[in-house]
Write a protein that binds this ligand. Structure first.
Ligand SMILES: [Zn+2]
Length: 426
């Protein structure tokens, strides 16, 4: 007797084991008329629908003409922060560049102020609501960064919130220490001393198990290549895996640095050089692209996903959910942007939000794929096929979401008719 059986599946999407590089990203296994069963939180059976009829299950779900995929993995989010920055929209409309807003003490620094001021309980409650929305949009595993504290207590506070959310929620959160995210005003002109402070936090973070990854914002006016290398080396010496915000605005060579340091991922890469892209193809670093950020910043030029994939790199997609440069936690919207702005194919897009996204956060063995024995992290989409989601943009197509075999979200019908209509509700 299985716990759950999803039957009559129109299309079951089965990404291959990864990381998938280059041409391997262009393949996607799509099976029709299938069924899948869960038991004790794991996938227990996958097979043709006609064989599912004789199986017994406590819950049977009819997925007629619908699509089933692994739970989405969001490998780059700034989940925990205080405040919001809707006032900056007017500055953006006036064409003020982000680095200038930053220099005026706005941008990330206003979030830093709000995050330092918020209690840990408040930050937890706020992030918890976001987490629920992420699950509602099909996300079952995600990465979450600190980086709005820029001082010991506030950074540790953010990391403790991520740890508690991972322990108390059903979702899997992977924690990243992003202390060197910006230069706090009190250290202006004294960047090396600030970086030293952040490096001095690493042993404490490691001992308390507050983060698995570290990350640094390598960009003009923030941290240099040399400073990024120093921070990554110090992190690796203590057993952290590394990530880097690289080549978002200027081509400083953060992509090349990531590959040479064996970083798990290099993120953004809008301005990555041809040389950097070639290096990605040679190495094991996953390119995490964030087209929602480019869109939200109103820029015309997106990361060159086509060249990366065609050169042989492993590409993943993430929301970059944050209060300043990308205010969305809906990966489905990101999938549409990847199709429209970066010319990625539906197959490449699905591999980028599942298997490769899992590899970008060290979860390639447990998330992003579906096979017997793996975690039952599954989304039932109210769409006829996998190509439909990038096509029909900015909507939430998730109908039901399971994490470790437990239903964490289910769409209820809207009440727009006074007399109940056939098929209303779930
Ligand atoms: Zn980011």
């Amino acid at each position: 007797m299985y716990d759950t059986l999803i039957e009559n599946i129109g299309q079951l999407i089965l990404p291959a084991e990864g990381p998938l590089k280059g041409d391997a990203m262009k393949q996607l296994e799509v099976k029709e008329n299938m069924a899948i069963a869960f038991e004790d939180g794991k996938v227990a059976w996958i097979g043709p629908n006609e064989e599912a009829r004789k199986l017994k299950a406590n819950e049977r779900v009819d997925a007629m003409e619908k699509t089933v995929t692994p739970g989405l993995v969001d490998p780059h989010t700034h989940l925990v922060f205080g405040g919001s920055r809707e006032n900056e929209l007017a500055l953006k409309q006036a064409g003020v560049p982000y680095l200038e807003i930053l220099q005026q003490g706005g941008g990330i620094l206003s979030t830093v102020e709000a995050t330092r001021a918020e209690s840990e309980t408040h930050l937890y409650e706020k992030a918890k609501q976001t987490l629920e929305q992420m699950a509602a949009h099909g996300v079952t595993t995600l990465e979450a960064k600190s980086g709005y504290g820029l001082e010991r207590e506030a950074e540790l506070k953010q990391l403790r919130v991520v740890k508690r959310l991972n322990e108390e929620s059903l979702l899997d959160l992977v924690s990243t220490f992003l202390g060197p995210h910006a230069i706090p005003p009190e250290y202006k002109g004294n960047e090396e001393a600030f970086l030293d402070d952040m490096i001095r936090l690493l042993p404490e973070i490691s001992e308390e198990g507050l983060a698995e990854f570290t990350d640094i914002f390598c960009e003009t006016g923030v941290f240099t290549i040399e400073q990024s290398r120093r921070f990554m080396k110090a992190s690796q010496a203590l057993g952290f895996q590394t990530k880097i915000h690289a080549d978002e605005i200027d081509p400083l060579g953060g992509t090349e640095l990531a590959v040479s340091m064996g970083a798990a991922s290099a993120d953004h890469l809008v301005a990555a050089s041809d040389e950097g892209i070639d290096r990605l193809a040679e190495g094991d670093t996953v390119a995490v692209l964030l087209p929602g950020t480019t869109f939200y910043l109103g820029k015309d030029y997106y990361a060159n996903a086509r060249k990366m994939i065609d050169s042989g790199a492993a590409v993943a997609l993430a929301t970059d959910f944050n209060p300043g440069s990308c205010v969305t936690y809906n990966p489905q919207m990101i999938m549409s942007l990847a199709a429209l702005k970066m010319k990625m194919t539906p197959e490449e897009i699905w591999n980028s939000v599942t298997v490769n996204a899992a590899h970008a956060i060290g979860r390639g063995d447990v998330a992003g794929c579906l096979s017997v024995g793996r975690k039952a992290d599954v989304v039932l989409w109210d769409v006829p096929n996998y190509k439909y989601i990038p096509y029909h943009y900015a909507a939430n197509h998730a109908k039901a979401v399971w994490k470790n075999g437990r239903k964490v979200w289910e769409r209820r019908g809207a009440r727009v008719f006074s007399v109940p209509q056939p098929g209303q509700g779930c």
